[in-house]
Design a binder for this molecule. Structure first.
Ligand code: NAP
Ligand code: MG
Length: 495
């Protein structure tokens, strides 16, 4: 098996670099590899095997065999036990997994540990669901016995992004496997490493071969092969809206596989004059700058009621200036580098677009340092709704702040986007909180908080932010299909 010896200040480990198919480590059929870069210093960490269409075929065949064979025969109770065992193993390996995540993605080590903890909690939660998936008996006529079953869909292709590599891995695998499906998961080209460590834990937990297959590779090759595959029954994707559309087209053009999409956002964060200002500033700051702004639900459009606007901007600037940007392995760091040169360039081009359009840079607006993809926390004011920085997902530490007059105005501005992933309201008035939450067209609305996702609560998009829901009981629906069995008890109806 190919491995690399990796080391950070606090952990060292043997890093698998192959493709994990059928519980074995293999090289790609074509023997291709690609480099993995540390975004904090732009050095190459290692190289990993690249899956092509041929490897996708092999992984799908392994997942199909497991689905029709060992996994189908496994009891729900055992599926649950295996997921919980995997959760335990992830917790036991938290230092290694978190160090790997910080090295590969650049995220601050304290946040990386949080991600591993949440990934384990998600797997454990879905382990609990495995033996609680139930059907129904429905009475229609006296001579009929009808039951409705929930069945797994089959082989699921899963394509994940780089912003929360191990967490997205768990969000995807947990419900799919709990429901009795098998999986071929492709990680993001920028961040393949933590998923490969976790793949070893899949084997150690005792999952039968072929149930969970993990491949590294490129979206245009391996991702496209999964989405267009004739023997993949379902594809689940998290990433950009543009790629989400491509995946849906590929599903439509192949076997009409089921599709769930968790896409981008341009989420509004609404601060009313009666909000607790200290609290609101903390959450607005966390809402946009957490994970370096690389969150699909980032609160990137901040609207503040006009009576407190000037004070709020001043206080928010002071707060953002205190965010520690730097070495991901420093325990005090809040914001590390952006994930890649491509993302760095994209964000800097949005900052330029904001400046050119005449918006005011209140704070930041520049690269930080000369090595690594660090960007200063950036706040734009004097923005108008038609500006590119107000309409498009920037996916970096960049936000815009503007005023609103009253509740109606706040709701109108909050909904002035093609996206609908998340939104937040800051107020001390219960009526305002509920009225505005009900009026916002978003899959999640936070009140007096932000980014506080929990594995028990569904998460996903209205409008162009997606199809289906992650987390909670709702995510199981993405991985189950309904079967009706209708039994005739009486004599034949027509003689
Ligand atoms: P992306 O291209 O949408 O990547 C997400 C995943 O889809 C990756 O695994 C990617 O593979 C794969 N992919 C790409 N093209 C594909 C195709 N034609 N068929 C199947 N799979 C494909 O996102 P990105 O380019 O990394 O980032 C661009 C923007 O997307 C960001 O700036 C941000 O706005 C948004 N984004 C959103 C989220 C989210 O959580 N909703 C996460 C990441 C990015 P590769 O690894 O080869 O790209
Ligand atoms: Mg990409």
């Amino acid at each position: 098996m190919s491995t690399a010896q990796l080391k950070t200040a606090h952990a060292s480990w043997e890093q698998p670099t192959g493709l994990f198919i059928n519980n074995e480590w293999v090289n790609g059929v074509d023997g291709k590899t690609f480099e993995v870069v540390n975004p904090a210093d732009e050095t190459v960490i290692t190289s990993v095997a690249e899956a092509t269409e041929k490897d996708v075929d092999i992984a799908v065949a392994a997942a199909r065999k497991a689905f029709e064979g060992a996994w189908r025969k496994e009891t729900p109770e055992n599926r649950g036990k295996l997921l919980r065992k995997l959760a335990d193993l992830m917790e036991a390996n938290i230092d290694k997994l978190a160090a790997c995540e910080s090295l590969d993605n650049g995220k601050a080590i304290t946040m990386a540990k949080g991600d591993v903890g949440m990934a384990a909690a998600t797997l454990r939660y879905y382990g609990g669901w495995a033996d609680k998936i139930e059907g129904k008996v429905v009475d229609t006529t006296p001579d009929t016995f009808n039951y409705i079953k929930k069945e797994p869909i089959g082989v699921c292709g899963q394509i994940i992004p780089w912003n929360f590599p191990i967490l997205m891995w768990a969000w995807k695998i947990g419900p799919a496997v709990a429901a009795g499906n098998t999986v071929v998961l492709k990680t993001a080209e920028q961040t393949p490493l933590s998923a490969l460590i976790a793949a070893n834990l899949i084997k150690e937990a005792g999952f039968p071969p072929g149930v969970i297959n993990i491949i590294s590779g490129f979206g245009k090759v391996a991702g496209a092969a999964i989405s267009a595959h004739m023997d993949v029954d379902k594809v689940a994707f998290t990433g950009s809206t543009v790629v989400g559309r491509t995946i849906m087209k590929a599903a439509a053009g192949s076997n009409l596989k089921k599709v769930t999409l968790e896409l981008g956002g341009k989420s509004p964060n609404l601060v009313f004059e009666d909000a607790d200002i200290d609290n609101a500033i903390s959450w607005v700051n966390f809402g946009i700058f957490f994970n370096h702004g690389q969150c699909c639900c980032a609160g990137s459009r901040i609207y503040v009621q006009e009576s407190i606007y000037d004070k709020f901007v001043q206080r928010f600037k002071e707060r953002a200036a205190k965010n520690v940007v730097g070495d991901p392995f420093d325990a005090n760091t809040f914001q590390g580098p952006q994930v890649s040169q491509v993302q760095f360039d994209r964000i800097m081009s949005y900052i330029d677009a904001g400046k050119t359009a005449g918006a005011t840079v209140e704070i930041g607006g520049k690269r930080k340092g000369e090595k690594g993809y660090f960007i200063e926390p950036t706040i734009f004011s004097n923005v108008s709704e038609d500006m590119k920085i107000m309409q498009e997902e920037i996916f970096g530490p960049v936000c815009s702040i503007a005023k609103f007059k009253n509740k109606e105005d706040a709701i109108r501005l909050g909904n002035a986007t093609t996206y609908g992933l998340a939104a937040a309201v800051h107020t001390s008035n219960l009526n305002t909180a509920i009225e505005v939450s009900n009026a916002l067209r978003a899959g999640t609305v936070w009140v007096n908080t932000y980014n506080t996702l929990h594995h028990q609560l569904p998460f996903g998009g209205f409008k162009e932010s997606g199809i289906g829901r992650e987390l909670g009981e709702a995510a199981l629906d993405n991985y189950l299909q309904t079967k009706t069995v209708s039994i005739r008890l009486g004599d034949a109806l027509f003689g």
